[in-house]
Every structure is written in C-alpha cells, then in structure tokens.
Design a protein around this ligand. Structure first.
Ligand code: GLV
Ligand code: GLV
Length: 328
C-alpha cells in the first residue's frame, strides 16, 4: 500500500515505515507543499502523514482517491483537518498526544511566564547590543512569580500539565473548562473559576484550548478589559484564539503588561505592530519542538497508519466512532 508523508520529519522516525513493506513517498521539499503539489504526491495513497500546515477537507481526500483509509496528523491540534467531512467518508483521523508533547508545551508555557516576568528577552537584547554598563538598582525590574495566580484556560492534557508544574513555583492556579473537572482538580490542586473570575484574579493567563468556533477570538477586547491591569498573557495553543488587533490595543494602553505568543492569527504572518513592542515575546510555533516530543509524535503518527492498514485500532484516533464503518 502507499503511504504519503508531506514533509521530512526529525529523529529518524520514518525508518520504521521504510521497513514496513509499504511504498513510502515522502516530500522532497523541506517546506510546506502547495495544495497542488500535495495532491500530486498524495494521489493514490492509502495512508497520509499530514502536518498542521496542510489543509485537509473532503475535497482533498476525494482527490487523493477512494482507497485512502487514514490521515495521521503529526500534531496534537487538528484544526487543519475537517474531521466531520473525513468521518462522513469513513476515513480514520489520528493525532499525536503524548506525555512528551504535553510536557514540551507546558514547559514552553512556563518559560514564557518566566521570560515575561523577568524581562529576559529585553535584557538579553540590551547586553548583546552593548548597552550594559554595570549593575544598577533599577534596570529591568520585573516581578516575582512566587505567590501569584496563574489562570489556565482549557484544562485538557496540556493545561493540566501546566497546572501541575505550578506547585514547584508556588503559584496558585485557577482554571476554566467548559465542564468542571474534579479529577484534574485532585491531580493538580487547581481551583475551578468561571471565565470572568479567572480573568479578574489572574496575574498571568495561559491558553490551552483547541481552536473551535467557540474559542476563536475568545481573548478579545472584552476579555482583556476584565483582566487585572498589567497581567501577562501566554499563548502556546492556536493563534486565532486571541484577537491580535485587540491585543495590540490592550498592550499599548497598559491594560496588559506583556504577552508571549508562540502562535499567530494568520501564520506564518506576524502582526508588525507586535514585532515592535518590547513587552512582547514572539516564537515561531516551537512549543512541541523538543527531540523527546517530536520523536514521540513521529512514532505515534507512523504507528497509527501501520496499525490501521493492518486492521488494528490505534488508541490515538480523533474520530474513533468511524472505526466500525471505516473504509476497508
Ligand atoms: C502543534 O501545534 C500541535 O498541535 O502539535
Ligand atoms: C490541550 O489543550 C489538550 O487538551 O491536550
């Protein structure tokens, strides 16, 4: 059978595919494919490993052909895939959640909280530009994080990991989730709060919701105005959860003290107003970019395809309900 991989992956994770006996076609280009290139290379595939930069919907899978059985997304998020349209066609969709990815994203979220609180990026930049002229009582004053309140928006696997790590920093956690999660509370010590209370009481807020119609631009002017003056915002989830235009206004007015963004509304484009702000940290969607996480993501993505093609159900399906009437 034919397996198509839309980009080379780090860590040698594709070697398992090579010895699987399947025909493996991997993109030669180390860049996202245009839709035309993607379709040309994927045509006739039984399984596809896609990236979050590939937009996959009913039309795309129809063009790949009626033999396509699984799309295995090399990511935790799957907002690049129209899951209902694939489910309707009996195509299995998998993603790559794992402890290693949850840890990597949670650790970057904490790195952002620390970097914003202690102005690490600004301070680094000043030393490198030759501006350091000796110790001073009042350069780059920030804030302790110990004793402060972190608001975790979205208490899934990643949000829970962020909450768990708060204990080591002596940070109290408020969390919001659509339905209260007693198990997560027991496990992490976090306290449930509705969105208004979370916004009003948190010194820093970290976003861990998937991108859906409900979460798109949920962090907007109205939300920023409810936040504590000078609070910090961290987004390692999906860019469109934050209204970047309203964010710029909130930062400019001082309503927000700073923001750290790993994801953007219209990737890879970055709002130029954010680029010029000193209290903003911008990273290129690297939250899961650790060897540990990426190797595990590759392993999960490959396993989901190999298992599905030999009729065994993988545990990491996004649409497990399709299994009993999947394409054979
Ligand atoms: C990365 O953003 C992912 O969803 O894995
Ligand atoms: C993250 O938001 C998750 O639920 O894994």
């Amino acid at each position: 059978m034919k397996i198509f991989v839309s980009r080379k992956l780090p860590g040698g994770v594709l070697s398992v595919l090579d010895s699987s006996g399947h025909e493996v076609v991997c993109s030669e280009f180390d860049r996202p494919l245009t839709q035309e290139e993607f379709l040309q290379m994927a045509k006739g595939a039984d399984g596809v490993i896609s990236l979050l930069t590939d937009k996959i919907n009913g039309e795309v899978v129809d063009a790949i052909g009626p033999q396509l059985r699984i799309v295995s997304n090399y990511a935790v998020g799957f907002d690049n895939i129209n899951v209902p349209e694939l489910t309707e066609r009996g195509i299995v969709v998998a993603n790559t959640p794992s402890d290693q990815v949850n840890e990597a994203v949670a650790e970057l979220s904490w790195a952002m909280v620390l970097a914003l609180s202690r102005r690490i990026v600004e301070a680094d930049e000043s030393v490198k530009r030759g501006a350091y002229s000796g110790w001073e009582p009042s350069i780059f004053l920030g804030h302790n994080i110990s004793g402060k309140v972190l608001g975790v928006v979205g208490m899934g696997r990643i949000g829970s990991m962020v909450a768990r790590m708060a204990r080591g920093f002596n940070v109290r956690v408020l969390y919001f989730k659509r339905t209260r999660d007693l198990e997560a509370e027991k496990e992490t010590g976090a306290e449930y709060a509705d969105m208004d209370r979370l916004l009003g009481e948190s010194d820093f807020i970290s976003l861990h919701v998937p991108l859906t119609d409900e979460t798109r631009h949920m962090m907007n002017k109205e939300a920023f105005n409810k936040m504590k003056k000078g609070a910090l915002l961290v987004n390692t989830a999906r860019g469109p959860v934050v209204d970047e235009h309203d964010l710029v206004d909130a930062l400019r007015s001082g309503q927000l003290g700073g923001a750290a963004l790993d994801v953007f509304d219209n990737e890879p484009n970055v709002n130029p107003e954010l680029i010029n702000m000193e209290n903003v940290i911008l990273t290129p969607h690297i939250a899961s970019a650790t060897w540990e996480a990426r190797i595990e993501m590759g392993r999960l993505a490959v396993d989901a395809i190999l298992l599905t093609l030999r009729g065994e159900k993988p545990s990491n399906l996004v649409n497990p309900e399709v299994w009993d009437h999947r394409r054979q």
